[in-house]
Design a protein around this ligand. Structure first.
Ligand SMILES: Cc1cc2nc3c(=O)[nH]c(=O)nc-3n(C[C@H](O)[C@H](O)[C@H](O)COP(=O)(O)O)c2cc1C
Length: 484
């Protein structure tokens, strides 16, 4: 699907919810408490209904009339297709392919500014004593969490003091009290680099935390893009229409005009408080409680009857892990091709690895060394670099999404002492459960599970019936095989 014939984008989260409801992918759950019940229900649904689980709209949250919270917005192939304006499909690799095709013509599209009277986010503004973040149904997601987390499916918006661009990242934020939050940003993240720039000059770091918004912004925000490319522009390029933004009152930062809830605040150098622990996407409470910068809340903006967005990390699968697999796979495919690699047939970042730690590239080998080149690029490109672990390259006859076939290829086409290489001291961080507290780096195993290029012609043939034979025999015996 080209950008010129993509469907008209939905205007906001509310229209998106109506569209996914139309295709039967929105389930409303009434009466769940913010206190562990919303988190446990997300786990029950995402662990229990692994085949196409719905998005969950929590309504009638006890103690919070008029407020709703939604989880799992982009976590199916069809919901991703609606988010990105692709043809509807239930097949993940169709979405990966559409993403990779889209990127061939994608151009960043900067947002346009509107005035507060045109921006629904300005329907309510809380200032001074009225500021109370616990006015919203902020969930406590897991039993051992250090507190209630308002920012999980969030957009943390900051301006780079050294360049006139705005970064957006998804970073967890924990409520300390009604007027302050803790924000956990891993070393190396662009938001962390920006915050460090402010602090190294001894300056406060202004920030917006949006916790209800268009899921396309969440997709952009939660994935690593090139430094200097604003997620607003990147997401606008996918939308085919610029996002509308409106300046915040205190720091003049751009808020999505149709956002549901935006927190505006400031982090001061040296002002820290204990944040965490928090159940994370690897499936562990990694990164213990630690002192992290405090966001002093200066304003809260919200629409009438606002809808919070929530993403609950846990032992995968979670309410966002599938979405991450698809977007990450498309991004890696796009990036390694941009780096000049030919022959890529597919990429899949497995959900069990949290879409980061077990990634597979399928390749039609064309020259000696081609498979290793694919491995190094797929391990080190921007979208794959953070917290990677295993990268596998397989031949084009192996479906990279099929764990059984990938393990078969590793078992039969990879000679461990020759075909597994390591990258050491690569970018990781405190969420990596294998690391000790002080190390920021891990290693990568690059597993070449392709037939050796030099032996492609004489490598033993695969013991599998040809398609012709298989189809003919299946047709002849279909009644006894129980086929329709
Ligand atoms: C649901 C979700 C939660 C995340 N939480 C965090 C977090 O707490 N801290 C962090 O550093 N990265 C977190 N990430 C990953 C970052 O959002 C991701 O690395 C992104 O590229 C960061 O933006 P940046 O590259 O502009 O810094 C999360 C991603 C998702 C999808």
């Amino acid at each position: 699907m080209t950008l010129s014939n993509r469907p008209h984008p939905y205007q906001d989260l509310r229209e998106f919810l109506a569209r996914i409801d139309d295709i039967g992918e929105l389930r409303t759950i009434r009466g769940a408490s913010w206190d562990l019940e919303m988190g446990a229900l997300a786990e029950i649904i995402y662990h229990g209904e692994q085949d196409n689980p719905p998005a969950i709209l929590f309504d009638d949250i006890p103690g919070y009339p008029g407020f709703r919270c939604v989880s799992g917005l982009t976590n199916s192939s069809q919901r991703l297709a609606i988010t990105l304006g692709f043809p509807l499909s239930k097949k993940p690799l169709d979405i990966v392919q559409s993403y990779r095709d889209r990127m061939k013509e994608h151009k960043p599209l900067p947002p346009v500014e509107v005035q507060p009277d045109q921006a629904p986010i300005y329907e309510n503004v809380l200032r001074g004593d009225d500021i109370d973040i616990l006015k919203f149904p902020v969930p406590k997601l897991h039993e051992l969490d250090g507190g209630r987390y308002v920012g999980t499916d969030d957009l943390v918006i900051m301006r780079d003091p050294d360049g006139d661009w705005v970064n957006i990242g998804t970073y967890r934020s924990m409520v300390h009290d009604s007027k302050s939050l803790g924000l956990w940003i891993s070393p190396g993240k662009q938001g962390r680099q920006i915050r460090d720039k402010h602090f190294s000059k001894g300056e406060p770091c202004p920030v917006l935390i949006c916790v209800g918004h268009d899921p396309l912004l969440f997709l952009a925000s939660g994935n690593e893009l090139a430094y200097g490319l604003s997620e607003y522009d990147y997401a606008g390029g996918h939308r085919g229409l610029p996002f509308e933004v409106v300046r915040s009152e205190v720091h003049g930062l751009p808020m999505p005009a149709y956002a549901e809830i935006v927190i505006e605040g400031v982090m001061m150098p040296g002002d820290t408080r204990i944040e965490g622990p928090f159940g994370e996407f690897t499936g562990y409470y990694a990164s213990h409680a630690s002192p992290q910068p405090v966001v002093q809340i200066q304003r809260i903006y919200h629409r009438n009857n606002p809808i919070m967005t929530m993403a609950s990390p846990m032992q995968p699968p979670s309410d966002f892990s599938f979405s991450k697999c698809v977007t990450k796979s498309g991004m890696i495919w796009d990036e390694i091709e941009r780096a000049g690699l030919s022959g890529v047939q597919g990429v899949w970042c497995h959900e069990a690895g949290g879409a980061r730690m077990f990634n597979v590239v399928s390749l039609k080998q064309r020259y000696p060394g081609h498979a290793r080149q694919a491995l190094h690029l797929a391990a080190s490109c921007q979208s794959a670099s953070y917290m990677g672990r295993f990268v596998v390259v397989v031949d084009e006859d192996v479906d990279p999404t099929n764990t059984f076939d990938v393990l078969w290829a590793i078992s039969t086409r990879c000679d461990p002492s020759e075909d597994i290489e390591f990258i050491r001291r690569a970018w990781s961080g405190p969420l990596d459960p294998i690391l000790n507290e002080t190390s920021g780096t891990n290693s990568r195993a690059l597993i070449d599970a392709c037939r050796p290029f030099e032996r492609l012609k004489e490598f033993p043939p695969v013991a599998r019936a040809s398609d012709g034979l298989r189809n003919a025999v299946a047709e002849k015996f279909k009644q006894q095989l129980g086929a329709d």
